[in-house]
Design a binder for this molecule. Structure first.
Ligand code: HEC
Length: 196
């Protein structure tokens, strides 16, 4: 009798435990599913575009939106999303790119910087930088044109561009490829510009 009672208890206990187990499992599944629903999966897996940028870009033309994404993917790690640069190593592009586009040869120089990189001491907005930027020749002509157009117009640059500025075309990028330049060669090209 005692034995039986004991077995019964055990059974009830197991049943209670398994009910709790099932309930717990259901709760976990529901919680997991609602998290799955809440998580924003709209960003590209390679590099998330910040929500505020995504919002701000909603009404932008395609070329600008594509450029913003390419910039965030390839450039923002060093030059920052807002183009302000970083510390003593990475020069700002905000307030600076329109100046480069205004000097003779500046338009082509910017393409060379992206394709081949730049290294050596340069001065940007009154501050010296002695860094090394790698070339991004592996990026497509379309994407390089897009990110250059973005840096030309972003951060309030629109009013600072030369009056005759035209957006970059992919074929302009293609035309400057395969010249075998090293970052220090691009620095020499920079010295020939009427910058600073
Ligand atoms: C790994 C970090 C890094 C990344 C990524 C990077 N840059 Fe740079 N960039 C630099 C550094 C460092 C310099 C300054 C080099 C020097 O001091 O000679 C520079 C310089 C420049 C310059 C030259 C400014 C001038 O006055 O001559 C431009 C333009 C530029 N970057 C644009 C870009 C763009 C556009 C991208 C995205 C394709 C990009 N950079 C990606 C590090 C980076």
């Amino acid at each position: 009798m005692n034995e039986n009672r004991h077995e019964e208890d055990n059974l009830l206990e197991r049943l209670a435990r398994s009910r709790a187990g099932i309930a717990l499992a259901v709760i976990l599944v529901l919680a997991g599913f609602s998290t799955y629903l809440l998580v924003d999966r709209s960003g590209a897996p390679e590099q998330e575009v910040a929500d505020d940028t995504e919002e701000a870009l909603a009404d932008a033309p395609d070329w600008y939106r594509d450029g913003a994404r390419a910039y965030e993917r390839h450039c923002a790690a060093c030059h920052q999303v807002d183009g302000s640069g970083s510390g003593r190593n990475f020069p700002p592009l905000a307030e600076h790119v329109p100046k480069v586009l205004t000097v003779e040869g500046g338009r082509e120089y910017l393409i060379d910087v992206i394709l081949y990189g730049i290294g050596g001491e340069i001065e940007v907005l009154g501050q010296r930088y002695r860094g090394q930027m790698p070339g991004f020749g592996r990026i497509s002509d379309v994407e390089i044109a897009a990110l250059l157009n973005y840096t030309a117009f972003a951060w309030g640059h629109e009013d600072q561009l030369p009056a005759d500025f035209r957006r970059y075309e992919p074929k302009e990028i293609e035309a400057r490829r395969n010249r075998g330049l090293a970052p220090r060669d691009v620095k020499v090209l920079r010295d020939e510009l009427d910058l600073d």
